[in-house]
Design a protein. Structure first.
Length: 268
């Protein structure tokens, strides 16, 4: 088994892929030998019949040996690897070699505009909400590179309306004396309202919510359908990590968000 400090999923897969290719060649040799034996039977070639069968047995033995070699060659400790930081490190290193901008924070890979989270128990990654089983670093990085070329699947208008609804609820929960216009509510509170149902925080992580706030911030959409204007004020809360949302943008820069406010709402 490969030593932990030196283990590489890419190299291990490449070695076993070579073994699999050798297995294919051995399997093709078996098929070729069986065809010769069949031809001897079809023609009634009794002279070559035994020789052809011997060739089948020899080819089959080589195939069995190659299958054994292939099985023994794959000794990679997948679970240990995925549960450590090694997988993310290898993906980032591969991205660096390919000129793809990826960044890591909080056990997630930021590949603007998507976030990648490793799910070791299922031996896959989640790219936003999509499950991806192709974990070979070169393959995964190439896939992320293609996703980076596409515009974000994000509707800022719909997201803003949902945030505004949660904002109104948060203001009401804080007390009757607060105005619906101009009161600053922490974004963490908005996220908590978004994920009240059991399991929702797993389906929509805090990091994903922070990414969506960033996408809203850069979208240029600043008002709801009813005219409530949004702002994202900073405060001393940005110094408290537990009350702050953090996002790594496409340039690798950290953006911090703390609060949100709506003002100039049209009251009917």
């Amino acid at each position: 088994m490969e030593d932990a400090p030196n283990r590489s999923l890419e190299k291990s897969l490449a070695r076993s892929e070579s073994d699999a290719i050798a297995g294919l060649r051995a399997a093709q040799a078996v098929v070729s030998a069986i065809k010769k034996h069949r031809n001897a039977l079809a023609a009634g070639n009794l002279k070559d019949l035994d020789t052809a069968m011997n060739e089948v047995e020899k080819a089959e033995l080589v195939l069995r040996q190659q299958i054994s070699t292939t099985r023994a060659g794959w000794d990679f400790d997948v679970d240990s690897y995925l549960n450590s930081s090694d997988f993310i490190k290898e993906v980032l290193a591969t991205a660096g070699q390919k000129g793809v901008r990826l960044f890591e924070r909080d056990d997630r890979i930021y590949s603007y505009p998507v976030l990648v989270r490793v799910i070791p128990s299922e031996r896959l990654v989640r790219i936003d909400k999509n499950r991806e089983k192709r974990l070979r670093p070169t393959v995964l990085v190439s896939h992320l590179k293609e996703l980076q070329k596409k515009p974000p699947r994000f509707r800022p208008e719909a997201f803003l309306e949902a945030v505004h609804t949660a904002y109104e609820k948060a203001v009401q929960l804080k007390g009757k004396g607060l105005a619906l216009s101009g009161t600053v509510i922490s974004l963490v509170e908005i996220y908590e309202l978004f994920t009240l149902l059991p399991g929702q925080s797993k389906e929509y992580s805090r990091q994903e919510f922070a990414r969506d706030i960033y996408l809203l911030d850069r979208s240029g959409v600043i008002a709801t359908r009813k005219g409530a204007k949004v702002s994202l004020p900073a405060s001393t809360g940005t110094k408290i990590p537990s009350r702050t949302l953090s996002i790594i943008n496409e340039s690798g820069e950290e953006r911090l968000y703390y609060g949100i406010a709506f003002s100039d709402e049209e009251v009917k």
